[in-house]
Each structure stands twice: as structure tokens, then as C-alpha cells.
Design a protein around this ligand. Sequence first.
Ligand SMILES: CC(C)(COP(=O)(O)OP(=O)(O)OC[C@H]1O[C@@H](n2cnc3c(N)ncnc32)[C@H](O)[C@@H]1O)[C@@H](O)C(=O)NCCC(=O)NCCS
Ligand SMILES: Nc1ncnc2c1ncn2[C@@H]1O[C@H](COP(=O)(O)OP(=O)(O)OP(=O)(O)O)[C@@H](O)[C@H]1O
Length: 208
Amino acid sequence: MKQAQPFVVGLTGGIGSGKSAVADLFEAHGACIVDTDRIAHELTAPGGLAMPAIRAAFGDGVVAPDGALNRAAMRALAFELADARKRLEAILHPMIREESGRRCREARSPYVILAVPLLIESGSYRERVGRLCVVDCPENLQVERVMQRSGLEESQVRAIMAVQASRARRLAAADDVIDNSGALEGLREQVDVLHRRYLGLAASAGAV
Ligand SMILES: CC(C)(COP(=O)(O)OP(=O)(O)OC[C@H]1O[C@@H](n2cnc3c(N)ncnc32)[C@H](O)[C@@H]1O)[C@@H](O)C(=O)NCCC(=O)NCCS
Ligand SMILES: Nc1ncnc2c1ncn2[C@@H]1O[C@H](COP(=O)(O)OP(=O)(O)OP(=O)(O)O)[C@@H](O)[C@H]1O
């Protein structure tokens, strides 16, 4: 008999909005998490499947001595030159799509959280999800939190935000919105409510 597929909930939000913090809370409820940022990092780790193509496209300057992607060098290229970003995405995105699809199919929880920063921007992910959950906070908080976490300058964070969907566009596409404009503790209760909702949706969809 064919194995039922888990119900897929797409989780998105701008850089630093709090997707990882939210995903951790869903995981604590037993949901499988498929995180495309994590897959992108795996593909670009030492020996990563994407590294030969990245080296061929951009040269040794974007490769660290251990063979991993030199993320700072690549970031400088990708968020300053649209053409470089497109070439990087053309290498990574098909690999990320394939691997995230495989992980979703193999997930064995009633619903799976598919965390994708560029979900709104990408039609192929929207087709894949049964529900779209957006983590939202004001842009100045995104900037503040990313600067604190990564040591990037404000202009660097804003350059990344400039190539992402706007807050308004994300909110317009959302089925569910998690407000992360307050303290981290405020997330738990919102995730509890959504967890129950997603269990119900998964059951009606006939997922495992
Ligand atoms: C340019 C790179 C090397 C910079 O690495 P860095 O360690 O600084 O960032 P990291 O990968 O952890 O991503 C952090 C955040 O940046 C944003 N971001 C990353 N890539 C992109 C992109 N192509 N377009 C818009 N925003 C992006 C997302 O919000 C993401 O959560 C890296 O982001 C990358 O390889 N990007 C291309 C792959 C991609 O599109 N990843 C997004 C997930 S599908
Ligand atoms: N409500 C909050 N209050 C204070 N700090 C927060 C809050 N939510 C998230 N953070 C912090 O902000 C940073 C970004 O959060 P998180 O990594 O969850 O976002 P993200 O959307 O996954 O980011 P990215 O797009 O860069 O992967 C982290 O350092 C996190 O600990």
C-alpha cells in the first residue's frame, strides 16, 4: 500500500525574523523540520556536492582552505551583484529543491515544517505546501537581531532584505502569521495553537 505523505506546512519570513526559533518550537512538539538554509550549508560544507560547480563558476577566491564555501566572500558577491546571486542560485536551488523534497517525503510526523526563506519568491515551493505560515516582525527588529547575531553591518543586512519579498507581500500570502515582535517567550503559545491546527489539517488531509 502507498505510504501517506505528511502534510507540508511552509514556514517563511525575512532574514532574522525568527524562523529557526519557531522551527525549534514545532520540533519540540514532534514535527519533522526540513530547513533549506541547513541544506544549503550542507551542500557548501567541505566536500559538499555543490562545491565543484561553485568553484568552477566563481574561482578559488570563494573557496576556503578546507574546501568549504568562503561565506563572507560569496555573500559580498551575491548581495552586491544580482548576476552573481543568480548564478549561485542556479547552482544551489535545484539541489536544495531536490533534497528538501526527498526529506519531506521521508518525514514521519503527521505534518512536516518546510522552512524556506525564499518561499514567497519561489513558485515551486508554494506548490508544495498545504499551508503557509509567516513569521513576522518589524524590519528594524530584523536588522537589529541579524546585526547582533552575525556582526554584519546595517547596510549589509539591508542589502539582503532588499532582494527578499517585502513584509507586505509575505503577509498577504500567509495563511497563518506568527508575531515575533515581542520577547522570545511570546512565540511558544502561538506555536502551541498552530500545532493543534496543523494536526487537525493533517488528519483531514489523510496524512500519516
Ligand atoms: C550568499 C551566502 C553564501 C551567504 O552565506 P551566509 O552564511 O551569510 O548566510 P546563510 O546562508 O546562513 O543565509 C542567511 C539568510 O540570508 C538570506 N538569504 C540567503 N540566500 C539568499 C538569496 N539567494 N536571496 C535572498 N536572501 C537570501 C536568507 O534569509 C537566509 O536565511 C548564502 O546565503 C548562500 O549560499 N545563498 C544562496 C543559497 C540560497 O538561496 N539560500 C537560501 C535558502 S534556499
Ligand atoms: N523575539 C526575539 N527576541 C530577541 N531575539 C530574538 C527573537 N527572535 C529571534 N531572536 C534572535 O534573532 C536572531 C534571528 O532569529 P532566527 O535565527 O530564529 O531567525 P531566522 O529567521 O531563522 O534567520 P535567518 O533568515 O537569518 O536564518 C537569533 O539570534 C535569535 O536568537
